[in-house]
Structures are given as structure tokens and as C-alpha cells.
Design a binder for this molecule. Structure first.
Ligand SMILES: Nc1ncnc2c1ncn2[C@@H]1O[C@H](COP(=O)(O)OP(=O)(O)O)[C@@H](O)[C@H]1O
Ligand SMILES: [Mg+2]
Length: 314
């Protein structure tokens, strides 16, 4: 459904947990603890169907953990959620993908020792895991060869990776790996795509193209939920913004509204005091005059500095 014919978000209350006219995802009481730390504590949140929603918040707010829970890569201590009206709590990641909800990772999960095309074919299964899939690829090729390869080719062309189809994913630039991950996620023809920092570490030359691809998902009728620190990009493509702080949803609204919200400003400033070691606290502050471009890019599109190992929890 084109965005213009979707129910308006104008009347949605600007408050955490606000009800939406047609939510595709509804989460209730989702809690994830790590030892004494409550990483996620979301009382209620609804993601509007067919829209691009940004999930923002300071480092450590629980965004990635929340993604992991919703997509079956981690298990909550408490809580439940529905996707397209179906209970998804406890459903394994590959089944979540087949039900139409896929995600990409903050640190790309392209399988470096497989070719670009093989990565795409694995996307058709909604799974990951290199050794397992090495064994599986011949079976996929045999069983659904034509349809799946045609889909992969179509996506590789769309993401301008078709010339690289036989290259190892490990030889791609950081930005190209992000594109590959997005393309691979689309193999299952999802209803909803969740992107964890899709623009981080991407060469500025590729950023516009990535933004265009995200907007194209919405034009194709998909729902997008994405984590991004660069507030210019959030403003550029988001219909709605949900702000997390210390595991909870603390604000919701349009990009301009949340960026002017004192609770949001406090959360970012507070996180700077609490986490002096956080890697990009200043660039993340949404209201601090003009947000700087977030991540230092290198010419080849690889991140200038790798995030600490272990940040990815999948
Ligand atoms: N596997 C884990 N073990 C222990 N603590 C974790 C783990 N994963 C995340 N955390 C902690 O949970 C909090 C939320 O992290 P995360 O979801 O990565 O935040 P964000 O993506 O918003 O930066 C942080 O304090 C982080 O250190
Ligand atoms: Mg994260």
C-alpha cells in the first residue's frame, strides 16, 4: 500500500507506548536482564504498518537487545509481542524470518567465505551459520533453484551487486556488505525489515544510495524499523521516531518533535555523564545544534574504527 493511503499518524498521541491506527508489531512488558542490569524494559510499543520508524537512543539504551528479542535471536525474561496479529514470543529466528520479519545486524553478518550469490541463497532460508549452510546450499539449488536464483539476481541488480555475484563477500567494502545484507534480508519477501545501524561505517558516497533503498522498501509496502544515530538521516527518511533510554521507551513522535523533547535531550546528556567511555556520545545528541555526521568513514567504505568485539549479541 502506498504511504499516502495509509492511516495518518497525525492523531497518534506523542507519548511512550502510543496506540497506532494499524500496528504491524505490538509488544507488551518485554524485559531482558543481564545479571543485575535491565537492558530492556519496554512496557508497550506499537510499530505502524507501512511506515519507516526510527528507533533512537544513546549507546546502551537497549536498541540492539530489543531487536534481538523481537527477531528471535535472544529470549526475554518477560513479555510478549505480536507480529501481524500472531504471537511471536519464543519463535526461533529462522521461523520469524519466514513469517515476514527480518533484520540486519549492527556489525554485518555477511558470510565472508561464501560468495555474494551464496549469501543471497542462504537469505532465502532466513537463517545464518556458515558451516550448516555450506552443507545446505546444494540442496537449495536443487530444490527451488530457478525461483530463488531469479529472486537473488533481481535483488543483486537492484542493489548494484550483480557484477560481484561470484566474489567472496569478504572482498566487499563495508558499504557493499551493508547493501548485501539488506538484499539478503529481502530474499524472504518480508513484510517488515529491521535495520540495526544500516548507515554506520558506510562511505558517504554510498549513504544516499542506502537511504534510497530504505525509502524504496516503504514504497514497496514494507514496514521499516531502523536504528540510526545520525539525526539528519533520521529526519530525512522517518515517518515516526521511538526513543529508548535505559531499556524503556521514553518518547515518541515525529523526528522534529522528539528532537526538541527535553526527556530525549536529558537521556542523551545523561548518557554522556554515565558513560564517559561511550564511543560517539556527542555526535549522538539529537538536539545539540547541528548533529555532526556520526561515524568517521574511510575512503573504501569500511568503518574507521571497529566497534568492540562482543557488542553484537546474536
Ligand atoms: N550479552 C550481554 N551480556 C551482558 N550485557 C549486555 C549484553 N548485551 C547487551 N548488554 C548490555 O545491555 C545494555 C543495552 O545494550 P544494547 O542493546 O547493545 O544497546 P544499544 O544497541 O542501544 O546501544 C548495555 O548496557 C549493554 O552493555
Ligand atoms: Mg546497538
Amino acid at each position: 500500500m502506498p504511504a499516502e493511503t495509509l492511516p495518518s499518524l497525525a492523531d497518534v498521541p506523542r507519548e511512550p507506548g502510543a496506540k497506532k491506527p494499524d500496528p504491524i508489531l505490538v509488544a507488551d512488558g518485554v524485559v531482558r536482564r543481564f545479571g543485575g542490569l535491565t537492558a530492556v524494559n519496554v512496557q508497550h510499543v506499537e510499530i505502524p504498518r507501512g511506515r519507516i520508524t526510527a528507533l533512537i537512543g544513546p549507546n546502551g539504551a537497549g536498541k540492539t537487545t530489543f531487536f534481538n528479542l523481537l527477531t528471535g535471536f535472544d529470549k526475554p525474561d518477560e513479555g510478549s509481542w505480536t507480529f501481524n496479529g500472531k504471537q511471536l514470543g519464543g519463535v526461533a529466528a529462522h521461523r520469524v524470518a519466514r513469517l515476514g520479519m527480518v533484520r540486519t545486524f549492527q556489525l554485518t553478518k555477511a558470510l565472508n567465505r561464501l560468495t555474494v550469490m551464496d549469501n543471497m541463497l542462504l537469505g532465502a532460508t532466513g537463517q545464518k551459520g556458515e558451516n550448516f549452510f555450506r552443507a545446505l546450499i546444494p540442496a537449495i539449488w536443487r530444490s527451488q533453484e530457478k525461483e530463488i536464483i531469479a529472486r537473488a539476481e533481481e535483488l543483486l541488480v537492484r542493489f548494484k551487486l550483480d557484477a560481484k555475484r561470484n566474489d567472496f563477500a569478504g572482498s566487499l567494502s563495508g558499504g557493499q556488505r551493508k547493501l548485501l545484507e539488506m538484499a539478503r534480508a529481502l530474499m524472504v519477501r518480508p513484510d517488515m525489515v529491521m535495520l540495526d545501524e544500516p548507515m554506520a561505517g558506510v562511505n558517504p558516497a554510498l549513504t544516499q544510495s542506502l537511504l534510497g533503498h530504505v525509502k524504496a522498501l516503504r514504497e514497496d509496502g514494507m514496514t521499516v524499523l531502523f536504528v540510526e544515530h545520525d539525526m539528519d538521516m533520521v529526519r530525512d527518511i522517518s515517518d515516526w521516531v521511538i526513543v529508548m533510554g535505559q531499556g524503556a521507551v521514553i518518547a515518541e513522535g515525529t523526528p522534529d518533535e522528539v528532537m526538541a523533547d527535553p526527556r530525549v535531550i536529558d537521556a542523551y546528556l545523561g548518557s554522556q555523564h554515565d558513560e564517559p567511555g561511550a564511543d560517539t556520545p556527542v555526535a549522538e545528541a539529537p538536539a545539540a545544534s547541528q548533529p555532526a555526521a556520526t561515524v568517521a568513514d574511510t575512503a573504501d567504505g569500511t568503518p574507521a574504527a571497529d566497534k568492540p568485539a562482543g557488542e553484537e549479541k546474536a
